[in-house]
Design a protein around this ligand. Structure first.
Ligand code: ZN
Length: 1024
């Protein structure tokens, strides 16, 4: 309800401002001026900072201001905040919603005076208090200035998030009342949510901190007086310490019209108490002032040109941060940014090891959880794309996160490191193709969830930069970046302003590019439709016709190989059909679209000449990548159909040794999931009553899933057909992912299928599990799951209606003798019977230290009485024969795992693992439970990476005709081991159901067995 209301309000507001802009035309750029003078004392035992400050503020906007808005960011990290509510709604929990005093953060205004008139702060988002508003005692007309006095108390949270405290460590970010930006859209007084970070007004800061004398601090700005503690913290006696105290110079620093007045909430800044010190920092052209203190910091220093690099790390970091590692990485990042944008414009860059993992950018400094090269590149990159090119992260976060991800990736790709673009493209295509993507320019809290926000802002933002570089060409693109930095340094940038620079430098209209990639979620797909080559008097003329199949528009590079070189021509890509004529001296080779894979074209299978995408047939090594591998999983490729070939061999009593091969394919890991199996029963080693000889016509099992031609968001389709081991059938299935969130904890899906299964050679049937009857079934199902790090829930409901049919021979008395030639024997008649099946299954799993606890409940039943075919009854011990049909080791009589004495348990069905795989019932209600203790945990090992011992018990109520009892149960102990070979993970499980309540129906049971007996079953899957 709230979201709806907020969205409506925002729409109105947008309509209002855009209408106003329409009337007035594009407004000239303006930016407010401000100077902050702050004095603050940190009381370490309580962690409370008491601050007083004066802000001088000049209104450069064309509007007369009647109010003023401030951010009190720290109030996000406490109960009652919008941040906590949003986290709880998305993840089911939030630390900040439940943190008690004195662990949560807060920021409390104790006094606000404007032009010496005390004013009362209002909290428009209450109970969220991350935004405070005050009415101005007198309106502030354009060009006029005012002075605001502020007094406050602030405390950081012990659960760190971009700020935090732990022991004597303090990462101060957003710790003072920060005036909101006033821009052409008015006050940007946005509450703090997990999505979206900062937007600040550029200004000058003069900050005096009253601290314990042994504290070591890194901060925005340069220390101008007092000791930040660096000298005492030097890594080695040779470490130099450069304060740059004179950087701004006495003359250039604007006058600060404020001396701290004595106040009840704050006093004593003039002379520090014994054991304390005053440190004063100054900074200009910064959007914020951050500081971090820790008495254990170790100090190192470096330089890039005139920029001093300060590294403050922890005593245990000497190998990961120390010996110049962090400093050198920072210098490398600054050199790269200098090359692509221009010179760094602040005196220093500080990096420090904060409490929280990850990293956060602040002006002149980054707080980091580690000193990895990519993290340093990302965060130092923000000093440009956030710090010096200030953007509104609640509205256009891609301008900092997308750009910095892009410029880091660009550098790493040049050095042959990092994630290749094709992999990144696949990540985003997964969201685009499933309809999860949302426009890259969207108010941050309007994203469906944090995962989508992060993928769009960071990753898609990166790809948009890469595609713009492709559209403009690298040289022009680099000129755009340099002009963008030169023009907008220390100002507020928007997508529109960046677009204007790009258009100005490139002399191109790029509105189409920014419109579709920032405000839409296009799918790009170009296909090579036709290529015609003609020999003429002067050489060769090639007509290349391409088709635009998606709604996205991108120029398309076309590779025309001629001899040893390749000619690249570019099609506009706008029309649905476009022809390009290429003249060459020699006959060109195979034509290819987007040869460098620089666009988001989601289907590269149709980009190459000679490929025929109809019926999933693709030819040529340009499109198909062949593998021979022992594993069912195939690698995934951005631009190839990957096919994995696997030789097959197995055994059945009826067909003997079967030999054959299988191919499995995929494109992008999600399309063309096709499987083809061809096997020949050789008859070798076959049992007595059997075919006893091979045949030339092979058995086959063919399944095609998710053809590219049937692409639809979150939909899966399957068509399968088989004639294998005496059974012929077909299946059509369709399912849809109904989850509300991308990558969330909750998943819902539903589907339906039609399955025909006929028996064509009964000699293959294991008659204890499968009768000589055909079935046609229609099923519907729905699945729901919820999981987090500790616990998982899963449930499934399935309903099936079926028709069993068989050819019945006429009674013998009616069979007339057939004496004369030309007489036909009487044929049997079809007999049918309708049946139904239903299943409800629920599972839970939880981890408790080294224990894995699991439970399963199942209710299954059938309608159809005695006409129900045996194979469609409810199997007590595990999966029914249709569920295991695709498994050649379980499918037929005498198969390797289905043989007498092998005692394989396929999980499913009634789950009574101690019972015979042939025991069936017409209905059953059962539960199972298992507790496993992980004895061995070696995640790096391939085999036996985890070994657990388990105790289990299963029980069920069932129809009395099934095994002669109305209840059944088993209990025992077992051993499980987890393995990973190649890309395939699997488990080995051995269970010893020593107790079975109905021993005659137990696995390998005999009539005179006692309830307690040594028994075992084994499996390659968990019990549930
Ligand atoms: Zn970032």
């Amino acid at each position: 309800m709230y979201a709806l209301f907020a969205a409506a309000a925002l729409l109105l507001q947008q309509a209002d401002t855009s209408a106003a802009r329409l009337r007035a035309g594009p407004a000239p750029y303006f930016q407010q001026d401000l100077r902050y003078t702050i004095a603050a004392r940190l009381d370490e035992p309580s962690g409370v900072l008491t601050g007083a400050g004066r802000m001088w503020y000049r209104n450069n906007s064309p509007d007369t201001l009647t109010s003023m808005a401030f951010h009190l960011y720290l109030n996000a990290f406490r109960p009652g905040s919008k941040w906590a509510a949003r986290e709880t709604a998305e993840n089911g929990r939030s630390w900040y919603a439940i943190l008690p005093d004195p662990y949560y953060a807060y920021e409390r205004l104790s006094r606000v005076a404007i032009g010496d008139v005390a004013v009362e702060a209002r909290y428009p988002g209450a109970p969220d208090s991350t935004v405070a508003e005050v009415a101005l005692p007198r309106p502030l007309p354009p060009g006029d200035s005012t002075v605001v006095d502020l007094e406050w108390q602030a405390r950081l949270s012990v659960v760190p998030r971009r700020q935090g405290r732990r022991g004597r460590r303090y990462d101060f970010a957003q710790w003072y009342p920060e005036v909101a930006v006033y821009d052409r859209d008015g006050w940007e007084a946005h509450p703090l949510y997990p999505e979206g970070e900062f937007y600040g007004e550029y200004g000058t800061y003069d900050v005096t901190l009253d601290l314990m004398a042994d504290q070591v601090c890194g901060a925005t700005g340069v220390p101008v007086s007092g000791d930040p503690g660096w000298s005492a913290a030097r890594a080695t006696p040779e470490t130099t310490v450069t304060l740059q105290s004179e950087w701004y110079g006495a003359d250039t620093l604007p006058p600060i019209p404020y001396t701290l007045a004595p106040s009840p909430s704050f006093s004593g800044i003039a002379s520090p108490a014994p054991g304390r010190k005053l440190v004063r920092f100054q900074a200009q052209n910064v959007e914020h002032f951050a500081v971090s203190c820790n008495p254990d910091y170790v100090y190192e220093e470096g330089r890039y040109g005139g920029t001093v690099i300060h590294a403050l790390y922890l005593p245990g970091d000497s190998l990961t941060w120390g010996r110049g590692v962090a400093v050198a990485r920072t210098a490398r990042a600054l050199a790269w940014l200098d090359r692509i944008y221009g010179p760094y414009a602040w005196p220093q860059a500080t990096l420090l090891h904060r409490i929280e993992d990850g990293g956060t950018e602040f002006p002149m400094m980054v707080m980091l959880g580690g000193a990895g090269e990519s993290l340093i590149f990302h965060e130092i990159g923000h000093l440009y794309t956030y710090g010096m090119l200030g953007n509104n992260e609640w509205k256009e976060g891609w301008l900092d996160e997308g750009f910095t991800t892009f410029q880091t990736g660009w550098n790493f790709q040049q050095r042959g490191m990092g994630v290749p673009s094709r992999q990144t493209q696949m990540l985003i295509l997964a969201l685009d193709l499933d309809g999860w993507s949302q426009p890259v320019v969207l108010p941050a809290e309007e994203y469906r969830d944090y995962a989508t926000y992060a993928r769009m802002i960071y990753t898609k933002g990166q790809l948009i930069c890469e595609m713009l570089r492709y559209v403009l060409g690298e040289a022009t693109f680099e000129r755009v970046l340099r002009a963008y930095y030169a023009r907008w340094r220390f100002k507020h940038v928007t997508s529109e302003r960046f677009e204007a620079i790009a258009e100005e430098v490139s002399h191109q209209d790029l509105s189409w590019f920014f419109a579709e990639w920032l405000h839409g979620t296009p799918l790009v797909d170009y296909g090579l439709h036709k290529v015609r080559r003609r020999h003429t008097a002067d050489g060769w003329v090639t007509d290349i016709e391409l088709e635009r199949l998606g709604d996205g528009i991108m120029p398309v590079d076309i590779a025309v190989p001629v001899g040893d070189s390749t000619l690249i021509v570019r099609a506009r890509g706008v029309e649905r059909r476009e022809s390009v004529e290429v003249h060459t001296a020699r006959k060109p080779g195979h034509i290819e679209l987007d040869p460098a894979r620089q666009t988001m074209d989601w289907n590269y299978l149709n980009n190459t000449e000679g490929a025929d995408p109809s019926f999933g047939r693709y030819g040529g090594p340009e499109v198909v990548e062949q593998h021979l591998g022992w594993w069912g999983d195939t690698p995934v490729s951005r631009d190839h159909l990957v096919v994995n070939w696997l030789p097959l061999a197995w055994y059945t009593d009826a067909g003997g040794l079967a030999l054959g091969f299988q191919s499995r394919s995929n494109y992008l890991g999600r399309f063309e999931l096709n499987q083809e199996q061809f096997t020949w029963p050789t008859g070798a080693l076959a049992g007595g009553d059997t075919l006893a000889r091979g045949r030339w016509r092979p058995d086959y099992y063919i399944s095609m899933r998710n053809p590219v031609a049937a692409q639809a968001p979150r939909r899966e389709t399957e068509m399968a057909s088989w004639s294998v081991e005496g059974r012929t059938g077909a299946r059509l299935a369709i399912s849809r992912d109904l989850s509300r969130q991308f990558g969330g904890a909750v998943h819902t899906s539903a589907g339906t299928s039609l399955t025909l299964m006929t028996v064509t050679d009964a000699r293959y049937l294991d008659r204890s599990r499968w009768a000589d009857t055909n079935t046609a079934e229609w099923s519907v199902w729905r699945e729901h799951s919820r999981s987090d790090d500790r616990a998982a829930r899963w449930s499934r409901v399935e309903l099936t209606a079926g028709e069993a049919f068989a050819l019945v021979a006429p009674p013998p008395v009616l069979l007339p003798p057939c004496p004369a030639p030309g007489c036909t024997a009487a044929r049997g008649s079809w007999r049918g019977a309708t049946y139904a099946r239903g299943l409800v299954e629920a599972r839970r799993a939880a981890q408790l230290g080294r224990f894995d606890l699991k439970a399963r409940a199942v209710a299954a039943g059938t309608l159809g009485g005695t006409t129900l075919p045996l194979q469609r009854r409810i199997f007590l011990a595990g999966a029914d024969p249709y569920e295991t049909f695709a498994d050649p080791f379980l499918r037929s009589r005498g198969a390797l795992f289905a043989r007498n004495g092998v005692q394989y348990q396929a999980p499913g069905g009634g789950g009574l693992r101690g019972f015979s795989p042939a025991a069936t019932a017409s209905w059953l209600v059962g539960v199972g439970a298992e507790a496993a203790w992980r004895v061995v945990e070696r995640p790096s090992r391939r085999l036996f990476s985890t070994v657990s011992v388990a105790a289990f018990g299963d029980g069920a109520l069932l129809d009395r005709n099934a095994i002669g009892r109305a209840a059944a149960g088993d209990a025992g102990v077992g051993v499980r081991a987890a393995h990973r070979v190649g890309p395939t993970s699997f488990v080995t499980r051995v269970d010893f159901p020593v107790l079975v309540t109905r021993p005659a129906a137990a696995v390998a049971g005999a009539a005179r067995d006692g309830m307690m007996k040594f028994r075992f079953v084994w499996s390659l899957e968990e019990a549930f």
